[in-house]
Design a protein around this ligand. Sequence first.
Ligand SMILES: C[S@@+](CC[C@H](N)C(=O)[O-])C[C@H]1O[C@@H](n2cnc3c(N)ncnc32)[C@H](O)[C@@H]1O
Length: 291
Amino acid sequence: MQNGSQSEASDGGSDGDTKRRPRLRQRRRRASGWFDSHPRFLETSHTAINPGRLNMRYQALIADNADILAGARVLDIASHDGRWALAALEAGAAHVTSIEARPDLVDNAHETFAHYGADPSRYTMIAGDVFAVLKEQRFDVDVIQCFGFLYHTLRYPELFSALRKLEPRHLVVDTRVHRASASLIRVYVNETTVQSNAAFDDYTEGTKTLVGSPSPKALRRMLGVFGFTVEREYDWEAASRDAGAAVGTYERGERITWRCSWDVPRRSKQYTDHDPDGDADADADAEAEGD
Ligand SMILES: C[S@@+](CC[C@H](N)C(=O)[O-])C[C@H]1O[C@@H](n2cnc3c(N)ncnc32)[C@H](O)[C@@H]1O
């Protein structure tokens, strides 16, 4: 993460983690799991393909949510090569719709799904910009998977508003976060020619797109406005301890996995004197940051 740019290459790559935290090397073990029986995913992308880390993420993103995935209609946004869409299907989802901007990755996903014998009537893959697709199409969904995307956009209100219009029961979020106790979004620039990064969209200038990393407090606050409540936070520290494996960014609190439930936000029709997200809170945050 240098010069204000950010890409997946700096996140979860074993080199980066090992250099910064030599302590972890002693207890680093490679976690086994779902990706060992789906090795094609190690070839269909350049992004975050460390098998041990993928297996650990499988536990957090899919296995830990097996109860809500069973029989569910799932929307997987920023689906990449389809890794989490197929994982959700095999975990018992009734149907998965995936949205991914980069067509070559969608082609790879089609081939991989066929290779592993997924039933074509149980999935739909859409190649397109998630914002444009959500504007144009309506989906019936129970669970939305938003993995590895929130730090490749700065369009949070637009995204959460579109997601809540789908009235899902759950939203599972896995994202890098800005490690700060205050409610902040750190702004970066993504180079759209990098496979893992923000795709070219209406706000791309040349090849550059503004993206952000919200702090946990900012993310929770934004989700809350759109009716999403964090139901549980995956305990990455315990998971890595149990597996005897390191998951650097997660363990350092630079990445989170949250399961949120959705309920219609209650809106007051009258003026009140109390604003729970208002100035007092903003002042406290600014003080905490030394502003
Ligand atoms: C870091 S990868 C995440 C892959 C996968 N979801 C995961 O968590 O392992 C980010 C993905 O988002 C896709 N993406 C970026 N901007 C997008 C957009 N506006 N619409 C759809 N997909 C987008 C990228 O092409 C890339 O495949």
